[in-house]
Design a protein around this ligand. Structure first.
Ligand code: 13P
Ligand code: SF4
Length: 304
């Protein structure tokens, strides 16, 4: 079978089995092509909750499938590739943060959406990279414990100088390994390009950027900008997708270090196998976890 015949089979199976396919923007182009919805992690879970299909298939990482299940408990949610975790979400668990909370009893716990469903059950509010600044500013409490990403937390702290933000030592190992020399080299190669980076990059890299934002923020900025060349400082697939969408502009990956093995572990064949009942994993969360984690997400929707 070639790529287009697998894609045809997938579209046929998905209609027969009433499945809505979600693909995060970090997925490969051939998966984006067969998805019903694409975008950032939060947008996908909202799209899924509004879709009429009984079944959801997430091409992304585990916390994204869990967020879908929390927002649509009545639906059957599958993760296309069961090994696709998120190195950041896996860094902090409920046990660890319960201990840390005892040290900071007067702090509001703000959890990046890249956290497990279980950890969300003991946090006060979720944020995404696009909503973090607004939500932290809208919180009544001055004292914030921001988990798990210290780079995103540092970025938020700089935008919210009135808040007292405590950070822990977590983050995305992929974005965190971009360094100042990588940015200098990319700018030397493409002197007319604007540098767009995700706030999961280090503060030194963020300081060199022309624009800082979420995956959707970067894509929208590049599409709407009058500029013609862009250095993309987030997972390498974003530069590729933008190149397909904007053929009159040029997009360069900041560095080849920006390849997320978790996101890239899902293949078109995994999607096919999952629809066929020969792969994937159904996401199962108990009712209490769904109820408690949902409070954290509802608070994000209220404050965002
Ligand atoms: P978004 O929430 O912007 O989709 O980002 C998810 C992610 O994993 C970034 O590395
Ligand atoms: Fe997780 Fe980083 Fe991969 Fe995003 S890029 S899914 S934060 S490991």
């Amino acid at each position: 079978m070639n790529i287009s015949s697998i894609q045809e089979q997938i579209l046929k199976l998905k209609n027969e089995k009433d499945v809505c396919i979600l693909a995060h923007s970090y997925q490969a182009h051939e998966i984006i092509e067969i998805a019903d919805y694409t975008g950032d992690s939060y947008k996908l879970s909202v799209d899924a909750s509004k879709a009429e299909n009984k079944n959801i298939l997430m091409c992304g990482v585990r916390f994204m499938a869990e967020t879908c299940k929390i927002l649509s408990p009545e639906k059957t949610v599958y993760l296309a590739q069961p090994v696709a975790g998120c190195s950041m979400a896996d860094q902090m668990d409920k046990q660890l943060i319960s201990q840390v909370k005892k040290m900071y009893p007067d702090y509001t716990v703000v959890a990046y959406i890249n956290t497990t469903a279980e950890l969300k059950t003991i946090c006060d509010v979720c944020v995404t990279s696009s909503s973090a600044v607004k939500i932290v500013n809208n919180l009544d409490n001055k004292n914030i414990l921001f988990i798990p990403d210290c780079n995103l937390g540092d970025y938020v702290a700089k935008q919210c100088p009135d808040k007292n933000i405590k950070l822990l030592n977590g983050g995305c190992p992929i974005h965190a390994c971009v360094n100042v020399d990588d940015v200098k080299k990319a700018k030397e190669l493409h002197p007319n390009a604007l540098v767009l980076v995700h706030p999961e990059c280090t503060p030194e890299v963020v300081a060199m950027a022309d624009y800082v934002g979420s995956t959707s923020g970067i894509m929208n900025y590049a599409k709407e900008s009058d500029a013609k060349e862009f250095i993309i400082g987030t997972e390498i697939s974003i530069a590729e997708h933008l190149q397909y969408e904007c053929p009159d502009k040029n997009f360069y990956g900041l560095t080849l270090k920006l390849i997320c093995p978790n996101m890239k572990s899902t293949t078109l064949v995994d999607v096919y196998n999952c629809l066929n009942g020969n792969g994937g994993e159904e996401i199962k969360l108990d009712d209490q976890t769904i109820t408690d984690a949902r409070k954290c997400i509802d608070e994000m929707i209220r404050l965002g």
